[in-house]
Design a protein around this ligand. Sequence first.
Ligand code: T4K
Length: 370
Amino acid sequence: MSILVTRSSMPTLEEYTEEIRPIFESHWMTNMGPVYKKFQSQLKDYLQVPELSLFVNGHMALEMALHALGLRESGGEVITTPFTFVSTTHAIVRNELTPVFCDIKADDYTIDPEKIEELITDRTVAIVPVHVYGNICEIEKIQRIAERYKLKVIYDAAHAFGVTYKGIGVGNFGDASIFSFHATKVFNSVEGGAVAFHDRHYCQKLHELKNFGIQDQETVTAVGGNAKLDEFRAAMGICNLRRMDVCLNARKRIAERYDARLGNIAGIKILSRKRDIAPNYAYYPVYFDEAVFGKSRDDIYKALEKEDIYARKYFYPAVNELECYRGVFGSDTPIAHKVSNRILTLPIYEELAMEDVDRICSIILQGRKN
Ligand code: T4K
């Protein structure tokens, strides 16, 4: 059987059937019903955040979070990272804002706070950093810059479900954070997402935006869209939330095995785990320095593919090098470019067998220089 970069965690069919039974009894399938409310409340506790609004996916959560903060009307500039999934930039551009790409740090691939200030102009309205691979951005430094220049900060925490920083749920930082519960994520509700935030006023605005701007049956106050999470997905989320400990433990064991096999090899860089961060093992990125290791990222990608193993080049090309953005917005981000050309995310998921992890490592290490 092929080994793919991930494989969705799922409950048993019986468990899911039990969870959706009330939907079949009530015929209430969407529009913020009882299962949605139960899921929302459980997630709020799990993520340790003051407020949470659920969405049909992480992308719409980000797009509408930017809108709800009033940024769309500004038509301003938003400083962000090019080393991310394209959704981050699309959400900015679809709000008629201009992305300004800031380079990343070479150690954890998050936005480099030392390079943010030089990109600020009188049109800058916000910063959208990404906790890429679940690595937490330099929150304190970013916050200080935001306060100095009166900018909003919206974290793309799509990869950081359940991660804590200094014991605090990652959704507590900035003006808002968005999560993704896509099937490929460490936690899923099939498709799904959320915005976490502090300000209660923001609740109503997000609610309106995801539900056509409807206040009540006769009042529509905003030009909203439709980005509601339905009851069946909420039920899947409730089932998967019960399994989070099992899922995280399995991923942790796999990550530790990769660490042991790949951690001390010249020319290979794995993620260094920071003391203040409780990780979620969402991705296992490996950086290949061809000059030292003797093989490039693309060589390894192909060698694995030959054995029916499909690692992924998350995130290649960098967003500012994608066809729809190349040459449109500035792209002086050499570190993002370099990392994007050298990084490979290895398979990691709950059911991945340890023998397969060993086989993946052996294929990687075959024929290296040292
Ligand atoms: N911000 C960031 C930083 C993000 O990474 C993402 C999404 C978002 C925002 C937006 O959040 P969402 O709107 O998606 O909630 C995937 C995902 O579609 C996407 O959610 C994710 N990031 C991105 C990094 O990866 P693809 O095109 O690589 O997925 P795909 O279909 O190739 O699947 C990858 C592997 O996952 C498959 O080889 C097997 C496994 N898989 C996939 C599906 C669809 C399953 O096991 N079950 C499944 O149902 O984009």
